[in-house]
Design a protein around this ligand. Structure first.
Ligand code: SAH
Length: 425
């Protein structure tokens, strides 16, 4: 996103200075070629036409290439076997098939995987895959860093470096499929494309069953609704039936409460909504989720009530991090129930035990407290599962994402603070 007109990104949060009010645009590729990943099909066709194909050929090629990119996951034009042999180098001279670079891949003792990724212009971000018995969830980042400064979140201590592009967002899903070996093999049968088709060696059939990666949550680094256009464009590619073809019912977007963008998220993206609520009084929410000072609880809950597509069959998830003596009392639980009922919200509550990180100003509630809190909500008829923390040993759990380079500088800061403290007395 390089237009300064894109509203919310540049909105400062009262009491907090946005570190980079206008995100920096992506540095263009030095070799002059264009990365096709992240572009909608009509734009690919337009680029092919600009490069010299006539309109009809451009459209056909765009359809073929799109299918190879998003359905089959190829990373070279040479692998596009139904495209004429002479055409493939022509494409390769002008275009590239980008993937974020994998800097490091880690696996937790519980099977959770975390990847440290790098953009073409050298910024690091993370993505996490969480396998379960009946599903596999990819936790995708929307920004490098974050502007929100939620006090219990490690990512919140990073500055916002920039928004991720649609290609970098959809690229995470593609990388996960690469790593999990989940691109369908087989023929292009059914596509009905007229060209000199070569025999496809690896016959097989495309099946959506038995996949590891079944769900996507926009719950990695960043605030997706502060990068609305890019997140929307990326998720369109993820949902495109000719593309990655994941159902919108298997995608969840989580927001800390960017109220003005919530209706558009429902209308233009239409995925499941999760809201990082975390507190039920103004004072506490102002402290731990500072965006609350800009968009208050009432406004937020009203926007949830108005969220297009929410129903008892498609409930809104309210995330609630359990912080010892901060937001975990019986009264908090009862107030949570009261608010959800007052706004008649089709809701489920996800109770997240606080995941610690070095220097965090909070502790996790005791297991007994979490249990009691869950009971109160559950007894009021609202589903309130306690989320099992995953991947804590590799810092992949909620709120633990923070890139290594940043971590080092933070460690330095902590050391400096300690030295200063020692000097003072
Ligand atoms: N900005 C969006 C997307 C990030 S989702 C949002 O706030 O919803 C990341 C989730 O992990 C959020 O619900 C966040 O509040 C939660 N989280 C952050 N730090 C955490 C921590 N230390 N322990 C547990 N959950 C945390």
């Amino acid at each position: 996103m390089n237009a300064p007109t894109s509203l919310p990104v540049s909105m400062p949060i009262p009491g907090h200075v946005d570190p980079v009010p206008v995100p920096r645009p992506v540095t263009p590729r030095e070799d002059g070629r264009t990365d096709l990943i992240g572009l909608p099909r009509p734009q690919i066709a337009a680029l092919f036409q600009e490069a010299g194909l006539d309109a009809k050929a451009a459209k056909l090629r765009a359809k073929q290439v799109f299918h190879w990119l998003y359905h089959r996951g190829v990373t070279t034009f040479e692998a596009m076997t139904d495209i004429a042999k002479t055409m493939r180098p022509w494409l390769a001279e002008r275009f590239v098939i980008g993937r974020p670079q994998v800097v490091e891949a880690q696996v937790s003792t519980d099977g959770t995987r975390k990847w440290l990724l790098r953009t073409a212009d050298g910024h690091d971000f993370e993505m996490v895959f969480i396998p379960d018995a009946d599903r596999g969830t990819l936790c995708v980042s929307s920004q490098v860093g974050c502007t929100l400064n939620c006090r219990f979140c490690h990512t919140g201590t990073m500055k916002l470096v920039r928004n991720l592009t649609p290609g970098e967002i959809v690229g995470q899903v593609m990388l996960a499929r690469d790593a999990l070996g989940e691109w369908p093999k087989g023929s292009m049968a059914g596509l009905d494309l007229t060209d000199e088709v070569e025999e496809d060696a690896d016959e097989g059939s495309y099946t959506a069953d038995g996949r590891l990666l079944t769900n996507i949550v926009m719950m990695g680094m960043g605030e997706p609704l502060y990068n609305f256009d890019n997140v929307r464009d990326a998720l369109k590619l993820v949902m495109d039936g000719d593309g990655l073809a994941l159902s919108k019912r298997r995608i969840t977007l989580s927001t800390a409460g960017v109220v003005p963008m919530m209706a558009r998220a429902g209308e233009e993206i239409g995925v499941n909504l999760a809201v990082s609520l975390h507190a039920v009084t103004k004072d506490v929410r102002d402290e731990i989720v500072p965006i609350n000072r800009k968009f208050g609880l009432e406004e937020l809950l009203q926007a949830c009530a108005d969220y297009p597509g929410a129903s008892n069959a498609r409930r809104i998830t309210f995330e609630y991090v359990m912080l010892k003596d901060r937001n975990d009392s019986d009264d908090d639980a009862r107030e949570l129930v009261r608010l959800l009922k007052q706004y008649k919200l089709p809701a489920k509550v996800n109770l997240i035990p606080f995941n610690p990180w070095p220097g965090a100003p909070y502790e996790c509630s005791t297991p007994e407290r979490v249990k009691r809190f869950a009971e109160i909500v559950f007894e009021a008829g609202i589903s309130a599962p306690v989320r099992t923390p995953r991947g804590r040993d590799i810092d992949a759990a909620c709120g633990q994402l923070k890139t290594a380079a940043e971590r080092r500088s933070r460690a330095e800061l902590d050391r400096l603070a300690a030295e200063k403290q020692a000097a003072l007395g």
